[in-house]
Design a protein around this ligand. Structure first.
Ligand code: SAH
Length: 253
């Protein structure tokens, strides 16, 4: 009697260990076609829920923007161990002390610049590449600059693995913009300087829109600028918290 109770306890613990290690998914054959399809469907369901509850429910209803969020597999842009949180209502760490922005903030920034099919867009702060992939669904070309080499490299890989062909990633200091490809119809800045960098103002086309978190010590406002006859017209959107824009020596701008 005692022996069988011990065996039972052992069996339960072994099962618990297997469950813990595999996170509930099958321990073997996880790579079979059927289970990878199941995973894909599961992420797709989570993505649809994210669009409904985090984006539409907060008033972003533009069908092209929602379609872009439906198409881009956000879980592919986060580290393997965080994939299960990819569709939650929050930013997530992507390594090097940087983050992928919360889905709603990506949607809000995207809507604010009103991307059009023929637009050429500049993004500063590639990070995971997710914002660039969303913009690439809505515009002709996206030029994106990341100061941390390893992040730029892994964003390139993810973008190419997810079939995104119209994004160009450069490693460097985005403060200076990308003059060779200027002017841009829109500029999206996803790291925060204290003031709007002059080169970015210059590289914005007439009638163009720039969205940028401006501020000090994480006390920032998301601001939209529209270039009208050479002048920038400013519109405050909401208080936000982005990582600071830094130069190659790590000094904040
Ligand atoms: N858009 C990203 C999130 C970016 S987080 C995404 O969708 O995942 C902000 C990024 O800006 C970080 O990766 C950080 O390294 C980068 N960054 C900071 N200062 C920069 C600069 N001067 N030029 C380019 N990138 C910069």
């Amino acid at each position: 009697m005692k022996k069988s109770a011990t065996i039972l306890t052992l069996m339960i613990s072994a099962l618990a260990v297997v469950f813990f290690i595999t996170d509930g998914s099958p321990a073997f054959g996880a790579d079979t076609k059927a289970s990878s399809k199941e995973n894909k469907d599961n992420f797709r369901q989570q993505r649809m829920k994210m669009i409904r509850q985090q984006i539409r429910a907060r008033g972003i209803e533009n069908p092209e923007i929602l379609a872009a969020f439906e198409k881009v597999p956000r879980h592919r842009f986060v580290p393997e161990r965080l994939k299960k949180y990819a569709y939650q209502d929050r930013p997530l760490p992507i390594g090097e002390d940087q983050t992928i922005s919360q889905p709603y903030i990506v949607a809000l920034m995207t809507r604010s610049i009103e991307p059009k099919k023929n637009d050429r867009i500049l993004e500063i702060g590639t990070g995971s590449g997710y914002q660039a992939a969303i913009l690439a669904e809505l515009a002709k070309q996206v030029y994106t600059i990341e100061i941390i080499e390893s992040l730029a490299e892994s964003a390139r890989t993810t973008l190419s693995e997810t079939g995104c062909e119209n994004v160009y990633v450069k490693t460097g200091d985005g403060f200076k913009g990308w003059p060779e490809h200027a002017p841009f119809d829109a500029i999206v800045v996803t790291c925060s300087p204290e003031k709007v960098p002059e080169p970015l103002k210059e590289q914005l086309a007439g009638g163009g829109r720039m969205v940028i978190p401006v501020g000090q010590n994480y006390d920032q406002n998301l601001v939209l600028f529209e270039k009208n006859k050479g002048q920038l017209i400013e519109k405050q959107i909401l208080p936000v918290r982005f990582v600071p824009m830094v130069d190659e020596k790590g000094r904040t701008y």
